[in-house]
Design a protein around this ligand. Structure first.
Ligand code: ADE
Length: 246
């Protein structure tokens, strides 16, 4: 996977992405990171990247020219998706992460100030994606959030291949609680079943915990889960009536 990033703050992207699991994946060449400073593509001698909006109003707008020139310089294959990171986009989720992880390369455009000249977006943007209904100071953190979520779906970036099948959202269920040594911590014991070595019982307990957790914390997700007979029986035993949820 090649990530191209167009930004005014390349060091922010590089520092973030070259850390931890994504950093190791870049070292191993499982991921390639190509960060371009939009300011390097200005034609005016003061390296301005923004100007006042036509029609007046507060703030500054990022100019089309340097962004377009930076994009052209990437020389990406025709059809390569360019994601404009913006609170006006559709909301990022695990499904979008999965879909984007199938691409060979992706371009992220990080905006700042009041926005970007609409004309360059019309020319180069294929996707408008937000990371949630709140406004950040720029697109760098959202781009990193998306690249992180996509990276861990790229084969071999994570060591244990089973873990992303089991984890939160893969089947619209939240992950079950996890425990490690010691067996007793501050008087709190690890659930007995996890020490039993009985794999079928452990699997059932985990499934039940996932169901319960999703019901309590994300009832909106539970509506999308295919519940089988045993799942329904479990909720019944808990005295939980799903008729208002499903
Ligand atoms: N830029 C500023 N806020 C943002 C958000 N919530 N998502 C994506 N890009 C943004």
């Amino acid at each position: 996977m090649i990530f191209h990033v167009l930004t005014l703050f390349p060091e922010m992207i590089e520092n973030g992405m070259n850390t931890s699991i994504t950093g190791r994946a870049i070292e191993k060449n499982l991921l390639q990171l190509d960060v371009r400073n939009i300011r390097d593509y200005t034609l005016d001698k003061h390296n301005h990247v923004d100007d006042a909006p036509y029609g007046g109003g507060a703030g500054m707008v990022m100019q089309a020219e340097p962004i377009y020139r930076a994009y052209k310089d990437l020389n990406v294959k025709p059809g390569t998706r360019l994601i404009y990171v913006t609170p006006q986009g559709r909301t990022f989720n695990q499904e979008i992460a999965r879909e984007l992880s199938n691409e060979e390369e992706l371009v992220f455009l990080c905006g700042h100030y009041e926005g970007v000249d609409e004309r360059v977006l019309e020319l180069i943007a294929t996707d408008y994606i937000s990371i949630g209904d709140y406004v950040l100071t720029g697109g760098e953190l959202p781009a990193m959030v998306m690249m992180d979520a996509i990276s861990r779906l790229v084969p071999e970036v994570l060591h244990n291949h089973v873990s992303y099948e089991d984890e939160s959202f893969s089947d619209n269920l939240l992950e079950y609680p996890q425990y490690t040594r010691p067996e007793v911590f501050e008087g709190k014991k690890v659930p007995e079943v996890l020490l039993s070595g009985h794999h079928a019982n452990i699997a059932r307990w985990r499934r039940n915990q996932s169901l319960l957790r999703t019901y309590e914390r994300r009832p909106d997700l539970l509506k999308k889960v295919d519940l089988d007979k045993k799942d329904k029986k479990f909720f019944k035993e808990q005295g939980i009536d799903l008729s208002d949820k499903k």
